[in-house]
Design a protein around this ligand. Structure first.
Ligand code: AKG
Ligand code: FE2
Length: 374
């Protein structure tokens, strides 16, 4: 385990107990650069305490039995695809809830060819993750993580646009596959933007014209086997900040989507498992699309549970964001969606402002949506 000293914690999930130097343990772990894959591969009966999450975020209701997220077949006739895609992005079982849709068919061939799904089982995942590049800032919490709670997951993050990526910055082991996925996910995202624009009653090119295909952040996650999945998470609950997320996963489940129960103020919410469907991709509406659509489309809260399976879980997603990042391009609710009856619910912002808020601690416990709400 390459000289890393981690005191494996015992039973409880208590944080900040006297005598426990969390910062030191986290620092040593980060400096070791072995990632969570290295930690788990080194043999681990219990996870270090800095991975523990408070029981308030762990003891949520179990996934709703029998519930599933909307699945849309993009090869359906155009008008039907518009209808189903925008319905999935709007509402889910007519509650205010999530808007994740799995879109079948599109990816079958490229995924089969791609090594992404197989990498961890061939041992290449180790290379990918040990060389891994850098940990994401604040994960996606948009909030300071006061106790530096960590997730049992490694991340490789690559900026694909708006400036074209220098391929030599992508680890060689996955370069070809990630570039192929970038091209493929672009085609899917372009189609989705057209369907979603039409679903708003806007011109098909409307979302793409906002440069939403240009700002692309690719994120590859690896969730190793977790010996104590009841103490930690793969990723804590969050909404994605951008416009749209297009994501593929291997056959190991773990992603869950929050489904609000109609009428109750969050109390009756359930987490619905996103079953891996071979050849399907997962699409999340992000906060920026909720703002651009003036609340017509809703961002979806989701999380990843710690992985109890021997096999690692892999997911690769691309976050799509507006690519025009100068201070003069302004984003906000589309003009054609604003009326006296339905005034703008968010104020306009530039991308520098948006990113400034996202990466600052300014938000505190507020969400991005609350920050820009007018
Ligand atoms: O691994 C997954 O399935 C989800 C990843 C995710 O939510 C994210 O990167 O924002
Ligand atoms: Fe996410």
């Amino acid at each position: 385990m390459s000289g890393l000293v981690v005191a494996a914690a015992g039973g409880g999930a208590s944080l900040g107990t006297a005598g426990y130097d969390r910062a030191k343990e986290v620092r040593e772990f980060d400096e070791s650069k072995i990632g969570v894959k290295g930690l788990v591969d080194g043999g681990l009966a219990s996870i270090p305490r800095f991975f523990h999450h408070p029981s308030s975020s762990l003891n949520l209701p179990p996934p709703a039995a029998g519930a599933s997220i909307p699945v849309v077949d993009l090869s359906l006739p155009h008008h039907r695809a518009v209808e189903l895609t925008s319905a999935a992005a709007r509402d889910w079982d007519s509650s205010r809830s999530p808007t994740t849709g799995s879109l079948r068919r599109h990816l079958r061939r490229p995924l089969r060819r791609s090594g992404l799904q197989r990498a961890p089982h061939r041992g290449q995942g180790g290379v990918l993750h040990q060389k891994s590049v850098r940990r994401r800032l604040l994960q996606h919490q948009f909030r300071p993580l006061p106790l530096q709670r960590r997730h049992l997951e490694d991340t490789l993050q690559i900026t694909m646009g708006p400036s074209p990526v220098d391929p030599s910055r992508i680890p060689e082991v996955c370069r070809r596959d990630l570039l192929a996925w970038d091209g493929y996910s672009l085609a899917v995202a372009s189609k989705l933007f057209a369907l979603l624009s039409e679903g708003l009653g806007a011109a098909p090119a409307r979302l793409e014209e906002l440069s939403c295909l240009k700002g692309r952040q690719m994120v590859c996650h690896y969730y190793p086997y977790c010996p104590q999945p009841h103490l930690t998470l793969g990723l804590a609950g969050h909404t994605d900040p951008g416009v749209l997320t297009v994501l593929i996963q291997n056959e190991v489940p773990g992603l869950q989507v929050r489904k609000a129960s109609a009428g109750e103020a969050g109390g009756g919410d359930a987490w619905v498992e996103v079953d891996p469907i071979p050849g399907a991709i997962i699409v999340n509406v992000g906060d920026t699309l909720q703002m651009i659509s003036n609340d017509e489309y809703r961002s979806v809260e989701h999380k990843v549970v710690a992985n109890p399976s021997e096999k690692g879980r892999v997911s690769v997603g691309t976050f799509y964001n507006p690519g025009q990042r100068d201070g003069s391009s302004r984003y906000g609710p589309l003009q054609e969606l604003i009326s006296l009856a339905r005034p703008a619910r968010y104020r306009e912002f530039t991308m520098p402002e948006f990113m400034g808020v996202f990466f600052s601690k300014e938000l505190g416990s507020k969400s991005l949506l609350d920050h820009f709400r007018s």
